[in-house]
Design a binder for this molecule. Structure first.
Ligand code: 8DG
Ligand code: MG
Length: 321
């Protein structure tokens, strides 16, 4: 079914200064009744998504939205309804949100979101709400001695999701370095680790290569068992619709899509480009970072093209001075 034929619902991720997210409880008699939701509702005929979002949040919460941007746009088939959930991140609003239609509302810590009973469609929205705008991938470095101070600077500059990608290191060196990094910085940042299987380090995620992803998609039973061993988020490197489809099918938390633009490190690869990337992302129900030749200033373009944000090595790596 095409997106145009679905019931178009706009919904909001709203954060307060403590980084808590606002949930509301759906009335018992409603579709998906009694479950918690991100406030919002159905677009009216001829209404733009932004206008619909502002109207719904005024009706349901009594607030005036003054700034919002796209976060994630997904499709979901319930047995009785096919919906498109067009989720926005509210960046500025006035008024104190309250249950203007008598519904309970609650500010919830990001880590506790998953404990609330939410509609099935909301799993990727919770991931998008928790993931940052930028995904830093480390460049190849000589040793852990070089890595620690750079990671410290990256965290100081606001990075919260970091892939440790050291293609030259032995498995043993990689594991020791990861242990050190987690012990030192694990409470401030989520590390995404590479390798043949997830390293059981507290809170760490696992980032699969496209090759591992393809293998796992072909052997879903052993794949699912491996995935279950990982405590943190699971992601994969994707380059086309097929790989994005496999990542979604396996229920991964997010993906990267590359190469968006030409880069020195992958000079032979054909870049996807912004327009084709936006087309690819329309079919994906999962947060995706665009990767390849991007820097933080490209984040808003990435949001407008349906991405979670940008991933980068050089574009996000802090300079030594
Ligand atoms: N607002 C919202 N709706 C969600 C979420 N997850 C999810 O599956 N839905 C579904 C439930 C409904 O089928 C649909 C939203 O419709 P709604 O009942 O809130 O619509 P509305 O606010 O315009 O209410 P109404 O006028 O139809 O009573 O989307 C979510 O997080 N937020
Ligand atoms: Mg509603």
């Amino acid at each position: 079914m095409s997106r145009a034929q679905r019931i178009h619902v706009v919904a909001a991720v709203i954060r307060n200064h403590q980084q808590q997210i606002l949930l509301a409880r759906r009335p018992e008699h409603a579709h998906q009744g009694g479950l918690w939701e991100f406030p919002g509702g159905k677009l009216e005929q001829g209404e733009s998504p932004y206008a619909g979002l502002c109207r719904e949040l005024h009706e349901e919460l009594g607030i005036q939205v003054s700034q919002a941007r796209p976060l994630l746009d997904i499709s979901h088939d319930y047995p009785d309804k096919q919906i498109r959930l067009d989720v926005w991140l509210v960046e500025a609003f006035s008024g104190e949100p309250h249950g203007a239609e008598g519904q309970p509302v609650r500010w919830v810590n990001q880590q506790e979101l998953a404990q609330y009973p939410l509609p099935a469609a909301n799993v990727p929205i919770v991931n998008a709400a928790r993931l940052p705008e930028c995904y830093l991938i480390t460049p190849d470095l000589h040793s852990i001695v070089d890595l620690v101070p750079a990671i410290e600077r990256a965290i100081d500059s606001g990075q919260r999701l970091i892939q440790i990608r050291q293609t030259q290191w032995s498995e043993q060196t990689y594991r020791q370095a990861s242990e050190q990094l987690v012990a030192r910085f694990g409470d401030q940042v989520t590390f995404m680790l590479k390798g043949p299987q997830p390293l059981s380090l507290p809170g760490c995620g696992w980032h699969l290569t496209a090759r591992q992803l393809t293998h796992m998609a072909a052997n879903p039973e052993s794949g699912t068992a491996l995935l279950a061993r990982c405590e943190g988020p699971i992601a994969a490197s994707c380059h086309n619709a097929e790989e994005l489809g496999m990542a979604e099918q396996l229920g991964l938390d997010f993906a990267t899509l590359s190469p968006l633009l030409p880069t020195a490190s992958h000079a032979q690869a054909t870049p996807i480009g912004w327009t084709a990337a936006a087309e690819l992302l329309k079919g994906v129900n999962m947060p995706v970072y665009l990767l390849g030749g991007l820097k933080p200033a490209d984040c808003s373009l990435a949001f407008q093209h349906g991405a979670q944000g940008i991933a980068a090595i050089r574009g996000l790596w802090p300079s030594a001075n």
